[in-house]
Design a protein around this ligand. Structure first.
Ligand SMILES: [Zn+2]
Length: 161
């Protein structure tokens, strides 16, 4: 059974933060981002999606999974997350456990639609909604299932992403 995902928005404060993401693109990353950012959320193609950094290896230091490895990372305030979106919406960081660490396997649909939705809200309204009050967020925030993030998650999963 898949665990609940954790994600949060962090106001960039300039405080010490010792996570060093990898900025290289993963396989099919452009395809996954475009499917969510442009096709699902309807952002015009001329608007660049956020940069995505992949948090790996030693920087994954919390949320021990059922195989004894860590698959989350800590924000400066101590919160353990699988993804974070920084103001001004230009940077997203997402946990990318090594394949041998996470026997379920990494998939874009686990975290990408949630973080891109924060970025999309920021782009559209100027408010990334760190409290997840927008009804497009998932049921775990008290919203009806089938919202924008759920739809994007399904669309990615249907493409095997
Ligand atoms: Zn969030």
């Amino acid at each position: 059974m898949k665990k609940l995902l954790f994600a949060a928005f962090l106001l960039f404060s300039g405080c010490a933060y010792d996570v060093s993401p990898s900025w290289g693109k993963l396989n099919d990353q452009d395809k996954a981002v475009s499917l969510v950012w442009n096709q699902q959320y309807g952002v015009p193609a001329k608007v660049k999606p956020p940069l995505i950094g992949w948090v790996e290896n030693k920087d994954l230091s919390c949320n021990k999974n059922q195989w004894g490895h860590y698959d989350g990372f800590r924000l400066p305030d101590g919160l353990c997350v699988w993804g974070v979106t920084y103001e001004p919406g230009g940077i997203i960081e997402i946990a990318h456990p090594m394949p041998e660490w996470d026997l379920v396997g990494f998939s874009y649909h686990k975290t990408l639609p949630h973080e891109l939705y924060h970025a999309w809200l920021f782009w559209k309204t100027g408010d990334p909604d760190p409290g997840h009050t927008n009804p497009g967020f998932e049921a775990r925030y008290g919203h009806p299932p089938g919202g924008a993030v759920d739809q994007a998650t399904t669309a990615l999963a249907n493409e095997g992403l």
